[in-house]
Write a protein that binds this ligand. Structure first.
Ligand code: HEC
Ligand code: HEC
Ligand code: HEC
Ligand code: HEC
Ligand code: HEC
Ligand code: HEC
Ligand code: HEC
Ligand code: HEC
Length: 412
């Protein structure tokens, strides 16, 4: 072999090694670091078995910040205070995991979450105080007056247990009272094993529950400029950014989390979305919240990280008028129903007559939708899913009321 060919072989060989190194360096971190034996060892026995049994669970965990920070399977799965224990292949694990398994390392976030409507009030919206301790009710009422100290929703009785368990509860259990004395679930937004902020910042994550005609937030968002830009530019956003260092360089288009929870450009980030809400929009007749001024200022401060104040003022001025007008329309409908009750024309328990449903849909679907659309950039929702059906239902309601009065007159 000539010197020349040996030299070429060495150069080629070296070039290949460098190329392989460079290509490997381009691969995302998770791909080069995992899965390998060292990681499985680091996470202990659990992963070894479950890697084959439930690849998906272990893989989601491998993608998580927890795996990178050496939080192991057992760190979460070991029984926390007051949890039922279970023997499991030589380990003791908890039978059910709750927020109690996260709070050991994330106590201050848990405390913030407890003050939010995602905690006890979400549960009480369906079941009232049932399952909550008097201390839990008193605690929550301090932050969310009227949110927890209330009776169960009439639908619990009217629709029955399976409807509650398969429907309402799937969303409202974000604030379930757990057997270990804690409240709620952190995995509704973070998932069980990915446990990521990127996932929690996705609009679709909130849209699991914040959807449909009674709270069309995901639909409104998707038609707003914000949603349009998000779908066009999501690959340019840094959804993984550290919440404590998040800036508009990372998120120059807002998602639900940006407006309601994130601390962008040095603002405080929060697990209590009420901190930035100035109205009770979900109510039939919307009133200002006790912390109206402070909360609205906090939200406007988020908007002005990206916008000028005049644009934000315009949105709020217009939206506050929609709140006033919607209140007037709902009150008109309410007066018709109240009149029927007062005159003894409409009797019986709630939701026992078709007119009850027309009234309920008028505020619960259309009124809410108009108000939510006005604040979050959903013109179609203010009009065709809001004001138009309110108008048509008012006419329907009046005509049903007239007919009921006629029948009542004949009946006497
Ligand atoms: C020797 C294999 C093995 C080991 C080690 C192991 N598991 Fe399992 N695990 C299983 C199998 C198999 C199942 C399916 C249900 C069963 O048979 O218990 C399971 C089920 C589970 C479940 C679901 C239990 C339920 O009742 O729904 C959890 C959670 C779990 N394992 C977590 C862990 C954790 C955490 C560790 C480590 C502390 C671990 N496992 C160690 C094999 C193993
Ligand atoms: C951040 C905390 C956390 C870590 C870390 C974690 N888990 Fe889990 N895991 C959960 C939660 C929460 C559940 C849901 C349990 C429940 O509903 O009671 C769960 C459920 C499971 C289940 C049942 C899942 C199913 O779909 O049937 C298995 C199996 C499991 N974990 C195994 C593991 C293994 C193996 C590891 C480590 C590789 C691990 N977990 C790490 C929090 C965690
Ligand atoms: C043993 C302690 C421990 C437990 C238990 C634990 N975590 Fe963590 N968690 C951590 C650490 C450490 C980090 C990394 C924090 C950092 O980088 O500052 C972290 C980070 C996170 C993050 C941020 C991830 C990201 O994408 O940046 C989320 C979300 C999270 N945890 C949620 C949970 C949830 C939900 C549970 C319960 C199911 C849980 N954690 C249980 C220690 C824990
Ligand atoms: C798809 C998920 C989902 C289902 C199913 C669901 N809800 Fe809700 N519910 C929500 C969300 C999200 C809100 C918050 C709406 C808002 O603030 O605009 C809410 C708000 C409420 C409110 C008003 C807030 C309050 O605290 O007074 C009540 C009451 C309520 N729901 C009761 C129920 C009942 C009862 C059922 C079943 C008959 C049910 N929900 C089914 C997601 C759901
Ligand atoms: C598992 C279901 C679920 C998920 C996921 C969820 N929410 Fe909610 N959310 C609810 C329910 C239920 C309520 C109503 C609680 C009540 O007032 O009774 C609510 C209420 C709210 C409210 C109104 C709070 C108030 O003070 O009136 C805001 C804002 C909110 N959620 C934002 C978010 C954001 C942002 C996300 C995603 C990061 C999200 N939610 C994810 C179920 C969910
Ligand atoms: C309604 C959805 C929702 C629920 C429920 C929720 N989180 Fe979060 N969480 C978020 C969002 C959104 C962020 C990221 C905020 C941002 O954009 O900076 C976050 C961020 C975090 C972080 C990262 C904080 C940091 O400094 O790195 C941790 C840890 C965390 N959550 C833990 C929890 C725990 C523990 C619970 C239960 C007590 C919980 N979360 C419940 C939506 C949620
Ligand atoms: C550009 C910022 C922005 C984005 C993005 C955004 N919202 Fe909102 N949202 C608002 C404002 C402003 C209000 C009304 C605040 C007030 O009451 O002062 C509001 C109101 C709400 C309410 C009503 C609470 C009540 O009083 O009933 C809920 C629930 C909500 N948003 C959830 C979401 C969800 C879920 C998403 C994503 C699908 C989302 N928002 C996206 C700004 C935003
Ligand atoms: C993280 C940045 C960010 C935040 C926070 C934010 N926006 Fe935006 N918004 C944008 C971007 C980007 C556009 C598209 C701008 C363009 O077309 O040049 C936009 C568009 C808009 C538009 C449409 C303008 C038009 O006529 O096309 C309105 C209205 C608006 N935002 C209102 C708000 C309000 C109100 C808030 C706070 C509740 C808010 N935004 C919060 C980034 C943001």
């Amino acid at each position: 072999m000539s010197f020349r060919s040996v030299f070429i072989a060495i150069v080629l060989g070296f070039a290949l090694v460098v190329a392989a190194f460079l290509i490997n360096r381009q691969r995302p971190k998770v791909e080069t670091e995992q899965p390998n034996a060292a990681l499985v060892r680091a996470t202990g026995k659990c992963a070894e078995c479950h890697y084959n049994q439930n690849y998906s669970v272990v893989h989601e965990y491998e993608l998580s910040v927890h795996a990178r920070k050496d939080v192991t399977c057992l760190d979460c799965h070991q029984p926390a205070a007051n949890q039922e224990k279970e023997e499991h292949h030589g380990f003791v694990i908890a039978k059910h995991l709750t927020a109690g398994n996260c709070r050991s390392c994330h106590e201050s976030i848990y405390q913030e979450f407890l003050r939010s409507r995602h905690a006890a009030p979400a549960w009480a919206a369906v079941y009232g105080q049932q399952g909550l301790s008097p201390e839990q009710v008193t605690f929550s009422e301090q932050y969310q007056p009227g949110g927890t100290r209330r009776p169960p929703h009439p639908f619990v009785q009217l629709e029955g247990g399976t409807a509650m368990a398969g429907g309402c509860e799937q969303c409202h259990s974000v604030g379930r009272p757990n057997a270990d004395g804690t409240i709620g679930s952190c995995t509704a937004c973070h998932s069980r094993h990915t446990t990521s902020v990127a996932l929690a910042r996705m609009p679709t994550t909130c849209g699991q529950c914040h959807m449909g005609p009674d709270h069309s937030q995901i639909e409104i968002y998707e038609e707003s400029k914000h949603g349009i830009l998000f779908s066009a530019q999501r690959n340019l956003l840094n959804l993984d950014a550290d919440p404590r260092k998040l800036t508009t360089r990372d998120m120059f288009v807002p998602t639900c989390a940006t407006c309601h929870m994130s601390g962008i450009n040095g603002q405080k980030f929060t697990h209590d979305p009420s901190e930035r809400l100035s109205y009770y929009l979900a109510n039939a007749v919307t009133a200002k919240r006790p912390n109206y001024a402070q909360a609205q200022a906090a939200m406007r401060q988020v908007c002005t990280q990206c916008h000028t104040a005049p644009l934000v003022n315009d949105v709020y001025t217009r939206a506050e008028k929609v709140v006033d007008d919607t209140n007037a329309k709902v009150k008109e409908a309410q007066a018709i129903i109240d009149g029927l009750h007062k005159d003894g024309v409409l009797t019986g328990p709630p939701f026992s007559h078709p007119i009850d449903f027309v009234y309920f849909d008028l505020w619960h679907y259309d009124g809410r939708t108009a108000k939510h659309g006005a604040f979050m950039g959903g013109a179609d929702f203010v009009q065709w899913h809001g004001n138009y059906p309110m108008l048509s239902k008012l006419v329907e309601l009046q005509s049903m009321a007239d007919e009921l009065r006629r029948q009542h007159g004949r009946g006497k």
